[in-house]
Design a protein around this ligand. Structure first.
Ligand code: SF4
Length: 440
């Protein structure tokens, strides 16, 4: 029996994807490792053939060791193109950023691809999104925009701060799954000016239809929220995107108030684990410098100040006991926030590169619980326009895992009504606020 699109997404997160060397990847998004450790794969889009959701975006693991043994193999059958033959496994990351704008991209729609499950020869058609033309443009101070921001699914991710301070301790206190310390300053610019960020946001909005920019920056002591303020202000005034902020929590909650006043639309809190022992073991910096309870307190505070569904709690599934993960999901949804679940990826270069990936059945159970918790707690997921996050299984992706019941149908009808009702609200929030017409 073929998997549905969300089941395929989960299984690809758990098993990875092989990319034979003859499968052409020209013009599709390169393999980028510029985020906090989980974005090392190939961006793919899976059609769902379901009324619940049109398509699913994901970042499939391809460079990790476990992916080299995956039963899933990428194939391309475009006109005149090579056919998949199960040959040697090799991946060619896009490591060079060319300096000129390419007027046209090869295979801009990324069609003709499919994923073949070698265990039973089931073929799943997929699309590979093309590399955005603005990746090859420069900001006014001559920085490639690809070193400022990166598309992760359909949204723009920008790391705004210097490298997370957990990496500066001796011995380092970085989260063990993370590779940010190896990326910032290498694969991406170590400093980003307001102008860099605003110009990149303009380009991503105009050329890729981006509606949401997500600022993150790891641990910056008590200065993180303050540092984010000018970026938020500039984007809200000049570009008008929806803006999310993801930083380690701070004890002074007035920092959240200021950002909300500036127009922040979303906060996310990465507490990663519910089990305190796993939290301390995998996230030593977070445990020593902040404490797990501060994450919950800050999340609860922001959830009380913003509309339901505007805040998220991020967790990693596949390491701590599954019952703890299920408890974390319940904890997040109980305050009207939505749980975002990263399926653990033993990313190359991280301290956990040798760890095994999670089990599919466990992850299916976890993701089913995410949707179920959102439904029971009436968390309005998937309302904002055009936000598909490729690094996680989106809560509304998991609608495809839910058994058909009166409760599910009612929740989906409710979400539909809210989506329509929320359109003018989001349209207003995406309008630039600058009055003078001045542009940074
Ligand atoms: S807080 Fe942890 S996950 Fe986030 S950037 Fe720092 S080390 Fe990485």
């Amino acid at each position: 029996m073929p998997l549905n699109a969300c089941e395929l997404e989960i299984d690809l997160f758990c098993r990875g994807l092989r990319v034979p060397p003859h499968v052409p990847l020209d013009g599709v998004r390169g393999i980028s490792r510029t985020r906090a450790g989980l974005g090392s794969g190939l961006e793919i889009v899976i059609p769902t053939h379901s009324w619940l959701k049109r398509e699913i975006w994901m970042n499939a693991p391809v460079v990790e060791e476990f992916a080299q043994h995956s039963p899933y193999v990428l194939d391309w059958s475009g006109d005149g193109g090579p056919k998949e033959d199960g040959g040697p496994k090799e991946v060619r990351p896009t490591e060079v950023r060319p300096t000129e704008v390419r007027p046209t991209e090869v295979r801009p729609t990324g069609h003709g691809y499919s994923i073949v499950d070698r265990r039973n020869q089931t073929r799943y058609p997929v699309r590979l999104p093309s590399e955005p033309a603005w990746y090859r443009q420069f900001t006014s101070r001559d920085v490639p925009m690809s070193r400022i921001g990166v598309l992760q699914g359909t949204y723009l991710g920008i790391y705004i701060n210097p490298v997370c301070a957990f990496w500066n301790y001796d011995p380092p206190l970085n989260c063990r799954f993370c590779t940010t310390g190896a990326n910032v300053g290498c694969a991406e610019s170590s400093s980003k000016t307001i102008e860099d960020v605003v110009e990149t946001c303009h380009a991503a909005r105009d050329l890729s239809g981006v509606t949401f920019v997500h600022f993150n920056g790891g641990f910056q002591g008590t200065r993180g929220l303050r540092t984010a303020e000018p970026y938020v202000r500039a984007v809200k005034e000049n570009v008008g995107l929806l803006v999310g902020v993801q930083l380690t929590p701070e004890k002074d909650f007035t920092g959240y108030d200021r950002l909300i006043d500036l127009g922040v639309d979303h906060f996310s809190f990465c507490f990663e684990f519910m089990n305190p022992d796993w939290f301390a073991r995998i996230c030593p910096g977070k445990a020593r410098m902040l404490g797990q309870s501060l994450y919950f307190d800050a999340m609860d505070y922001c959830a009380s100040r913003l509309p339901r569904g505007a805040v998220s709690g991020e967790i990693i599934a596949g390491l701590e006991p599954i019952e703890s993960t299920l408890a974390a999901i319940e904890r997040v949804a109980s305050v009207g926030a939505f749980p975002t679940v990263c399926v653990f990826r033993p990313t190359v270069g991280s301290d956990m590169a040798e760890w095994p990936p999670p089990d599919y059945e466990d992850m299916r159970r976890v993701l089913q619980a995410v949707y179920d918790a959102c439904r029971r707690h009436r968390v309005p997921i998937g309302l904002a326009p055009n936000i598909e996050v490729s690094l996680v299984v989106n809560p509304d992706d998991a609608a495809l895992l839910a058994p058909v019941s009166a409760g599910t149908l009612f929740y989906e009808a409710w979400r539909r009504v809210l989506r329509v009702a929320a359109r003018p609200v989001f349209a207003r929030r995406m309008r630039p606020r600058a009055r003078s017409g001045a542009r940074v």
